[in-house]
Design a protein around this ligand. Structure first.
Ligand code: NAD
Ligand code: IPM
Ligand code: MN
Length: 351
């Protein structure tokens, strides 16, 4: 019986998580026993107590929960992002969630901003390395606030870290019957990490002769994503480029309001979140699109071994798009709560 730790977080994270939890309740009521506890980590707690996310709580999640669901973190009252980094990157790093799984699947052609693209043209999955790279937090600042100030941020790439995300991408491709994995980097300029990524990619690829191994430099890849997205099936890349590629991938599929993701360590307690942030200007106004959070529930259940819910939720969203029952960012009129209610009603009918 899946037991979930839910962190609504900040801004619209709170709004969209409320709807995701409604959907969890609808899933529970239609046959899948599912339980959850809510945790109030976020900017309010940090500003009131100085607490971000204690290590003991991360251990609690790891030992007593099957998954963690988070809305979003980030608040203008904390401009240095201390709590958001501790919570989000803390969970990703301390739970060693090395796979950032970000599918970019166009659900309806009308959502794609590119000319003359059909659903089948935008159906790729991005695997972002999620525990190292420029996010590793190595570096420092020297002579801060003086004219001689120096800031250093180092990209950490280990053979183990690079290999496991590349291998996961090939395994995913094989499992799904896909034919191509594309690695993207900036090895023409970043010699050392580029060398490690290139060698590792082609060494692992040699173990998968049934799958084509393909490469683009990141600048060219972004151009190709706009020009000919149909060429991509699986994209694997480092932490920073994966962050950038997936916001653009989200836009090709209708925007951040729809983009769902998982931060996964296979077999361990993993973290699930919409790709978007806390969009503070929309917080509490019943305008945020909760569909990314709701589709994230689908990815979470799929990862936990209940694969039937993800396609069911995707189907419901597809029907909503076709009938024009969508939130404002997708050109419709539904508020945040009404969107969640719509999905729950559809689950009760069809579930
Ligand atoms: P953002 O994703 O919060 O918002 C960017 C824009 O995208 C919004 O202004 C809005 O127009 C649109 N948008 C995003 N999600 C939407 C939704 N569900 N419904 C409707 N429109 C939506 O990115 P940002 O403005 O760069 O960041 C705001 C804060 O969120 C920052 O503090 C940032 O660090 C943080 N952030 C957190 C996460 C996370 O917790 N996973 C992810 C990204 C950004
Ligand atoms: C994301 C976000 C985070 C990231 C931020 C909030 C640190 O943009 O999940 O895509 O860069 O990973
Ligand atoms: Mn991002």
């Amino acid at each position: 019986m899946p037991h979930i730790a839910v962190i609504p977080g900040d801004g619209i994270g709170v709004d969209v998580t409320r709807e995701a939890v409604k959907v969890m309740a609808a899933v529970r009521d239609s046959r899948l026993p599912l339980t959850w506890d809510e945790f109030d980590y976020g900017a309010d707690k940090y500003l009131a107590t100085g607490i971000t996310l204690p290590d003991e709580e991360i251990a609690n999640f790891r030992d007593n929960y099957d998954a963690v669901f988070i809305g979003a973190v980030g608040d203008p009252r904390v401009p240095d992002m201390t709590h958001a980094r501790d919570i989000l990157l803390g969970l990703r790093f301390k739970l060693d969630l090395y796979v950032n799984y970000r599918p970019c699947h166009l659900l309806d052609a009308s959502l794609c901003p590119l000319k003359n693209k059909s659903i089948t043209d935008v159906q790729f999955t991005v695997f972002r390395e999620n525990t190292e790279g420029l996010y590793a937090g190595t570096g420092g600042i020297l002579k801060k606030g003086t004219p001689d100030e120096v800031a250093i941020q180092t990209s950490v790439n280990t053979r183990k870290g690079v290999e496991r995300i590349i291998r996961y991408s090939f395994e995913f491709a094989r499992h799904k019957g896909l034919t191509k994995v594309t690695m993207t980097d900036k090895s023409n300029a970043m010699r050392f990490e580029g060398d490690l990524w290139q060698r590792t990619f082609y060494e692992v690829a040699a173990e998968y002769p049934d799958i084509e191994a393909n490469h683009w430099f990141i600048d060219a890849l972004l151009m190709q994503m706009v020009k000919r997205p149909e060429q991509f099936e699986v994209i694997v890349t480092c932490n920073m480029f994966g962050d950038i590629v997936t916001d653009m991938g989200a836009q090709l599929c209708g925007g951040l309001g729809l983009a769902a993701s998982g931060n996964i360590h296979p077999g361990r307690t993993s973290l699930f979140e919409p790709v978007h942030g806390s969009a503070p200007k929309y917080a509490g106004k019943d305008v945020a699109n909760p569909l990314a959070a709701i589709l994230t529930v689908g990815i979470m259940l799929e990862t936990l071994g209940y694969p039937e819910w993800n396609p069911k939720l995707e189907d419901i969203v597809r029907q909503m798009i076709r009938s024009g029952n969508v939130p404002k960012d997708m050109g419709g009129k539904l508020g945040t709560a009404a969107t969640g209610d719509f999905v729950c009603r559809a689950l009760q009918f069809g579930g």
